[in-house]
Unconditional design. Structure first.
Length: 210
């Protein structure tokens, strides 16, 4: 097996649980689930349907608030357009931003599969709890970078692994749809490899800038 981001051969095993078998890439530092643990397409969709993503849920709105606050600070609703990439069944970020007057488009391979929205450029793109599900992060980040206007921003929310505890004990790996997990070094690799001018990490929020 090779790393789906940088294509380095994977040898370093960091979790040998038969249900959650992970390697760590020695080049980009990503933590990569073995493809033998991948769910089928239908099982993956069913797993997402179990998520309680009610856009009116106050706790859910609070969870995504770091993205909302940052976009409000970075872009005007009258002069910018955003894409909610991997919007899922309850696109709460789009719901909250449209209430503020932003123009938003939705894309999700399962629930909003209209690829026509991937044929224009955006001032900002949101990936809220999405990038850990990427089976082909090399292709997905290539797409995301190509959809941003000059000076555009990509807002990614995910739980970053930074040795806060032994990986075998870390809860985030136990979701079978979490197949690609990021460390700070992985995010720096993405910034450099995909040509982003700047990258900042604020807890779970990662912002890449063109």
């Amino acid at each position: 097996m090779e790393c789906p981001l940088c294509h380095t051969s994977l040898h370093q095993v960091v979790c040998d649980d038969p249900k959650h078998f992970f390697y760590q890439c020695m080049h980009c530092d990503a933590l990569v689930r073995s493809t033998t643990n991948y769910l089928s397409v239908e099982a993956e969709k069913q797993r997402y349907l179990l998520h309680n993503n009610n856009v009116l849920d106050v706790n859910y709105q609070e969870f995504v608030s770091p993205i909302i606050r940052q976009i409000l600070a970075d872009f005007s609703p009258t002069t910018s357009e955003g894409l909610d990439f991997g919007a899922g069944t309850g696109p709460v970020t789009t719901f909250l931003l449209e209430k503020q007057g932003y123009k938003m488009q939705l894309y999700d391979p399962f629930f909003h599969p209209d690829t026509s929205v991937l044929k224009q450029l955006y001032d900002f793109i949101i990936c809220c709890e999405v990038i850990e599900h990427f089976h082909h992060p090399d292709l997905e980040f290539t797409t995301l970078q190509s959809l941003l206007k000059p000076h555009g921003k990509l807002y990614c929310m995910t739980h970053i692994y930074d040795n806060q505890q032994p990986f075998v004990d870390w809860y985030y790996k136990n979701d079978p749809t979490h197949v690609f997990i990021y460390t700070p070094k992985t995010l720096r690799y993405i910034q450099k490899h995909f040509g982003f001018k700047k990258m900042t990490i604020r807890h779970r929020l990662v912002v890449f800038e063109m």
